[in-house]
Design a binder for this molecule. Sequence first.
Ligand code: ZN
Length: 270
Amino acid sequence: MSAVKEVFSILAARAEEAIPVRDCDYTDKATGLLICGKCRSPKQCRPFPDSNFAVYCLCDCMKANDDAMRERLRQNQIEQRRTICFGSSDLIRATFADDDGKAASLTETCKAFSERVTGDSSRDWLLLWGDCGTGKSFMAACIANAAIDAGMTARFITVSEIEQQLWNSPDKAAVYDEMNHTGLLVIDDFGCERRTEYMDEIKFNLIDGRLRSGKPCVITTNLMLNDFAAPADLTQKRIVSRMFERVTTFQVKGEDRRFAALKKRAARTD
Ligand SMILES: [Zn+2]
């Protein structure tokens, strides 16, 4: 037996163990191959056209089961990533499908950003700034969910939450590492945290580390662009100048629309 056929014999023996032969299975008289009694497709194939040598393979119904299991595992992983990203936030279910479409240019900007991030491992940063309740967090969550659906990891977090994690963790570097390595980082409500030297340090480490990682980031803030243009002190200036090395800014205007669509959906399913 040739070396190739010997390898195939070993693989065939393994396949035979993995593929159960059921009572309803039968041998096709014309080809001599084993046929699945359930889906009537072959459970054996011949890898060499000039030989009768047959190996076991997945029939159509086993392939379908296999695909379904892979899909379930993929969906489980996606859901786990969503929970890691959002925790218990209502925004966990925010998707572009829930967007009420009232701010077309905002939607367009966020969708285009999302496509770049999920499409070609973009290094882009997006800063959504404007008044409270204009839908910045909602849209940032839509971007994060789209990234997760596309197979990326993401984190949606505030600076205060990172401070909590640092406080609770014996390994501070690991907390920053996670923020640096996640596929997409969303820093929500940037600037709403209390101003102390310690918090400024966290913000600088976060922005600086993320820029160095070369990965995309979305920042939402109620601060006005003027606040960024005229930082209060040297520390703020350091943070802002680092952030503006890569960020594209977008002013979000309008009424409170964050949870309207989610509430409407919840009402429909009640
Ligand atoms: Zn079958």
